[in-house]
Ligand binder design. Structure first.
Ligand code: R5P
Length: 219
């Protein structure tokens, strides 16, 4: 199977976790796009969705799925999202598409976080994929200097603005032995909105697309 076929497989598998009559939390990215397309087949059974990006909102609406403001929603039983990397503790690196902040907010609200990914995303240690950091534009150089002090090598994602009007630094070279500690250290730098380590709020379930099956990993 191709990588896209594996993504489609897990996108389909995630629909099984959706609660009837609920508002579904929806992530961002090429894997989630398959989930959204599959969600459309059961749209009459759900109330609607809360979306983590303008791109996902557009796709949800194109299928006729109602998109709610998070502030108008009391409860999100299930949040489905992809990842750039996952370790065996289901701690993730996310934000390759720049949607990390809204994703982290919805993940925090959700009762259950279902991560969907093809098998290439499961890694023994996080950090091969650069850690995205969303930064208030005027703090970009300051944050970059602070990141260097922590041992990282920040690269400005030129020509990219997040849905929140901010910029992204992609940080290479971190040796990540304690993901929660690094996540907190980065978030503590003034000017950082959030970073792409999802270690404090890891996924609850990882649906991993493999050549012959979907493997379900839990914490
Ligand atoms: O900002 C983007 C998100 O964190 C995505 O979930 C992540 O980059 C994975 O995307 P994809 O499914 O396209 O590999």
């Amino acid at each position: 199977m191709t990588q896209d076929e594996l993504k489609a497989l897990v996108g389909k598998a995630a629909v099984e976790y959706v609660e009837e009559g609920s508002i579904v939390g929806v992530g961002t990215g090429s894997t989630v796009n398959y989930f959204i397309d599959e969600l459309a087949t059961i749209k009459h059974k759900i109330q609607g969705a809360v979306s983590s990006s303008e791109a996902s909102t557009e796709r949800l609406k194109s299928h006729g799925i109602e998109v709610f403001e998070l502030n108008d929603v009391d409860r999100i039983p299930v949040y489905v999202d992809g990842a750039d990397e996952s370790n065996h503790l289901l701690q993730l690196v996310k934000g390759g598409g720049g949607a990390l902040t809204r994703e982290k907010i919805i993940a925090a609200v959700a009762d259950k976080f279902i991560c969907i990914a093809d098998e290439s995303k499961l890694v023994p240690r996080l950090g091969e994929f650069p850690i995205p950091i969303e930064v208030i534009p005027m703090a970009r150089s300051y944050v970059a200097r602070e990141v260097v002090k922590l041992g990282g090598d920040p690269v400005y994602r030129t020509g990219f603005t997040t849905d929140n009007g901010n910029v992204i630094l992609d940080v290479h070279g971190f040796e990540i032995n304690e993901p929660i500690k690094l996540e907190r250290l980065l978030n503590n730098i003034v000017g950082v909105v959030t970073n792409g380590l999802f270690a404090e709020r890891a996924a609850d379930v990882l649906l991993l697309g493999k050549q012959d099956s979907v493997e379900t990993l839990t914490r």
